[in-house]
Write a protein of this length. Sequence first.
Length: 140
Amino acid sequence: MTAETIENTEPQDVVEETPEDVEETTEPTTEDAETFPREYVQKLRDESAKYRTRAQQTDALAHRLHEALTAATGRLADPTDLPFDEAHLDDPDALSAAVDALLVSKPHLASRTPRGDVGQGASGGPEGFSLAGALRAGAR
C-alpha cells in the first residue's frame, strides 16, 4: 500500500450489536427477596440448638460407654488410655484387637492386678477342725 491509499481510507463505523435474548439483570431489592417471619426463624434456630445439644449429649454418652467397655476387659490399668473409636462400641472383637495392639506397643499400660493364687491371704483349708491336722500344722 502506498501513502495515498492509507490516507484515503476512511475508518469504518463500528456497530455494536447486542443479542436480543440477553436480559438485563438487576439486584433483588429487599422487597423482592423472600423473607420469613421472625417467629418462624426463631423456632428453627431453637430447634437446631436442641438437636446440637442432644448430639453433644450422645457423644458424651458414647465416650462413657467406650470407657466402660474398655474397663470391663480388665486388661488396661487406665481405660482412658485407649483412644475413642465408634467401631469399638459395636464390635467387641475390634475393641479386643485395639487393646491388644495398644498393649503390644505400650506394655506399661497393662493392668497390674494380681490374679490367681499369689501365696497370700486365706487359703482353702479343711472345712472342719481336725486335731491331727492342727498338730501337723504346728509341727512345721
